[in-house]
Design a protein around this ligand. Structure first.
Ligand code: TXA
Ligand code: MG
Length: 315
């Protein structure tokens, strides 16, 4: 069973042996291993039970490492880096030959992120390689936002989980790439579309709604708890479902149901994002038979929250 701890030196040692560990970031917890070591990469795919066609993000601790891994970097990518690194932004860039094909699932592009979490940065500054880290959940399940979440699901498959407290953002990073020189957002996350457009102007949103695994980003049914999740107008939905078998996720409204989870009593979407995945886990583990979720306003982080709720509900 994995030990949960705060020992960065131990984490460095375990990673240097080619093993994989749980790592905190400000978005969600990652399952980290040496991104340049094929055995470590294979181990990550195995632990997550993730298909090899779904590539991994390389995390770096310093901007200088970028050009080791990526080339032909568009000027708009540099603008985004200047504005949002360290932070919840992942860039898809042309890879250099240093990056193993296994990491990118054969793609010529590599996903790179410079996380802001202090513990992640301390760890990255001490290892001498980038860290491959998908979210530390079994493939297809909700991402973890605490060390305990990682332990609950992957604790029997990894030696160590570095504890950095609850993830401050609570949603995965936003993924941006370039097609024919134009910026494309493949996954909405902790960095909003509005913030990106303020810096580089209009971007195309290309969320993968199909289940085409070759497309970057994500599969349609992802972030899924085991129970059905239905997103919409809660009072209307409650006319169709038995309140005593129902869990409800709202921003701040209260309803008389078996499990009521208002994500932010003060109505803060930022706070709602922090709690979303924890609450999905909690309701999944509760006695409710169905989870009803309020649709958030389609702006700012609300867009990413709606995206995750829709994917949680997709079958
Ligand atoms: O916030 C995050 O991004 C977290 C933390 C741990 O950094 N990581 C994360 O990783 O969410 P993961 O693997 O769960 O999601 C990364 C997504 C995947 O859907 C994958 O398909 C896409 O990024 N991706 C990674 N590399 C790619 C590549 N070379 N081309 C296209 N898509 C890529
Ligand atoms: Mg994931």
């Amino acid at each position: 069973m994995a030990t949960i701890g705060k020992n960065i030196h131990h984490a460095v040692q375990v990673l240097s042996e080619g093993q994989v560990i749980g790592m905190p970031t400000e978005t969600v917890y990652g399952l980290a291993g040496n991104a340049l070591n094929e055995e470590a990469i294979v181990r990550i795919f195995e632990v997550k039970n993730r298909p090899r066609f779904d590539p991994l993000i390389a995390h770096i601790g310093h901007r200088d490492q970028l050009t080791d891994l990526a080339k032909d970097i568009p000027s708009q990518a540099v603008q985004l880096i200047d504005a949002f690194w360290p932070g919840p932004l992942t860039l898809l860039l042309e890879k250099t030959t240093v990056v193993p094909h296994l990491l990118t699932s054969g793609s010529s592009r590599v996903a790179i992120r410079l996380p802001a979490h202090e513990v992640a940065r301390a760890l990255l500054s001490k290892v001498h390689f980038p860290l491959a880290a998908p979210s530390a959940n079994p493939f297809g399940y909700v991402s973890p936002t605490t060390a305990r979440h990682v332990h609950d699901q992957l604790g029997d498959r990894i030696p160590y989980i570095l504890d950095g407290g609850p993830s401050a953002i609570g949603l995965e990073s936003t993924i941006v790439g370039f097609e024919m020189g134009r910026p494309v957002v493949y996954r909405l996350g902790g960095l909003t579309l509005e913030a990106i457009e303020d810096v580089i102007g209009e971007v195309t949103l290309q969320r993968n709604k199909s289940s085409n695994p070759a497309a970057p980003g994500m599969l349609k049914s992802h972030y899924s708890p085991g129970k059905p999740v239905i997103i919409g107008d809660v009072p209307e939905l409650l006319e169709q479902y038995d309140a005593q078998k129902t869990g409800v996720i709202s921003l701040s409204e209260q309803y008389d149901v078996l499990e009521m989870q208002a994500l932010s009593p003060s109505g803060s979407v930022t706070e709602a994002a922090q709690h979303l995945f924890r609450v999905l886990r909690l309701l999944d583990d509760s006695d409710v038979e169905v989870i009803l979720a309020e649709r958030f306003p389609d702006e700012g982080l609300g867009r990413a929250i709606n995206d995750r709720l829709e994917r949680a509900g997709a079958r």
